[in-house]
Design a binder for this molecule. Structure first.
Ligand SMILES: Cc1cc2nc3c(=O)[nH]c(=O)nc-3n(C[C@H](O)[C@H](O)[C@H](O)COP(=O)(O)O)c2cc1C
Length: 460
């Protein structure tokens, strides 16, 4: 069979993910694997219609499409995202329709599931027959058993395609088509006191719902919010994955365009951030993805810690639960306070007016009160995963992260909790005595567990 590999790594041939594909290819010499460096070559492919057509021709001629990609900010790399947009923009979907497809991703498993959900949804939208996905840790290929698992996955996928078997379907939530938003009379302005408000948007269409929502917020802030349009900001490329920033947070692209000064001087210094975007395929635009990818020069340091954030989204958010999860997880890991995600999937414009006005008010109130709601599993689990990786195998090359984690309490391992460790040791010894065990587990454990909390309530 003819397998076309769409490489989503900006590093081209040096992609770790691609080594997994090469490994499979070596084990199956009877099949032909051809690789297209989609993420690395996106600018050439986008700017040269013939080149794009040649890519699509290769897809059309293939028996199987293999999406091979690294995780970038809980999704795929911005250039890969752009390619996916181009498939629809240039009406090339027919080449993918009905084709067998599979996905191989590498990462450190930090929100790999959201990236896989995204690719899966894109494949479903393209009418492809999804054979399955395989999410490997970037080092898994070094392990004999993991290699075995990879080959089982590949073998199953190749056989299913060769024998033209059916594939499993995943039902997608129905998309609600948002209504055109017509804001009502100008709202009364809230006083932002001395808070610095930055609104980042990416639409050029002033009549769009996204633009209208941004205007409403600006009016509510009494014109005190600065608006920056990502389409007007000089950004030449997304992150190249070189990780030179790992040592000291200096990005080699710093002098090539305006992104780093913008992020460092405007985003990182704001008190209140409002991000506005429109759903394209199953995420925001590739431009927004570039914004997130390029912010990687700060590594795993929570560069927007303690900021109040509002997200304003036009388009079918409810049909894309992975997007909501990505945003919530991202801001929780950033230790920022995501006040709300306001979407235009409202019943009418009046309701949306009310939600936007409330968002503006809460952003300012919470900023004054330094409120940060507790993190959920998304942020806590994400933090623990990154903490362990940076303490361990990723300390080099991410030396700047290690410095930050060390000096800012990022290494909050339970091993340091001497009180609990002593208590546990003592109680575990006691529990060896049957009558004490009986007394504690049967009679006292519930009341003991709540005792300290009750004391606080009593004293309040
Ligand atoms: C800018 C950037 C963002 C990343 N984001 C994630 C992420 O969200 N989750 C994750 O588990 N790994 C993330 N990674 C790690 C890569 O996915 C991982 O190193 C991958 O194996 C690289 O594959 P490649 O060599 O094929 O590009 C990120 C790496 C970079 C450079």
């Amino acid at each position: 069979m003819n397998i076309i590999v769409l490489n989503g790594s900006p590093k081209g041939d040096l992609s770790a993910t691609l080594q997994y594909v090469h490994y499979i290819a070596k084990k199956y010499p009877q099949h032909k694997f051809s690789t297209l460096h989609i993420a690395r070559d996106i600018q050439k492919t986008e700017n040269d219609p013939q080149r794009f057509a040649a890519v699509i021709d290769q897809v059309a001629a293939a028996d199987i499409v293999l999406w091979s990609f690294p995780l970038y900010y809980l999704l795929v790399h911005a250039h890969y995202k752009r390619f996916i947009e181009l498939i629809w923009e240039r009406r090339a979907t027919a080449a993918f329709q009905g084709k067998y497809t599979l996905a191989i991703a590498t990462s450190i498993h930090c929100y790999d599931h959201t990236a896989l959900q995204y690719i899966r949804a894109v494949c479903d939208d393209l009418g492809m027959r999804f054979l399955g996905d395989f999410s490997a840790d970037m080092q898994d290929l070094l392990d004999t058993d993991k290699r075995k698992q990879l080959l089982i996955f590949a073998d199953n996928a190749l056989q299913t395609a060769a024998q033209q078997r059916p594939t499993f379907c995943v039902s997608q939530p129905a998309a609600v088509k948002p209504l055109p938003y017509c804001p009502g009379p100008a709202p009364s302005a809230v006083n932002p006191i001395d808070k610095k408000i930055l609104i980042v948007t990416d639409t050029k269409d002033s009549a769009s719902n996204q633009a209208q929502m941004v205007s409403r917020l600006q009016a509510r802030f009494g014109g005190n919010g600065t608006v920056v349009n990502l389409q007007e900001l000089r950004i030449e490329t997304s992150c190249l994955g070189c990780i030179q920033c790992g040592y000291d947070n200096c990005c080699p692209l710093e002098d090539r365009d305006d992104f780093i000064p913008f992020y460092r001087d405007r985003v990182m210094t704001a008190d209140i951030l409002i991000y506005a975007g429109t759903i394209r395929d199953r995420y925001l635009s590739a431009r927004w993805k570039t914004f997130f990818d390029r912010s990687f020069f700060m590594g795993h340091i929570p560069a927007i810690k303690d900021k109040q954030v509002g997200f304003v989204i036009a388009g079918p958010l409810s049909a894309n639960p992975h997007l909501r999860e990505i945003l919530q997880a991202y801001f929780e890991m950033m230790e920022a306070n995501l006040v709300a995600i306001v979407s235009d999937e409202c019943s009418d414009s009046l309701t949306l007016d009310g939600q936007l006005d409330l968002l503006a008010l809460q952003l300012i109130t919470f900023s004054q009160q330094n409120y940060r709601k507790p993190r959920t599993f998304l942020g806590i689990a994400g933090h623990k995963l990154l903490r362990d990786a940076i303490w361990g195998r990723l300390r080099f090359p991410f030396i700047a992260d290690h410095r930050y984690f060390k000096t800012h309490g990022g290494y909050d391992f339970p091993q340091r909790d001497w009180r609990s460790r002593l208590k546990n040791g003592f109680m575990m010894l006691l529990m060896k005595i049957p009558w004490i065990r009986e007394e504690v587990y049967r009679k006292r454990i519930k009341s003991e567990m709540v005792m300290a909390l009750q004391k606080i309530v009593e004293e309040a």
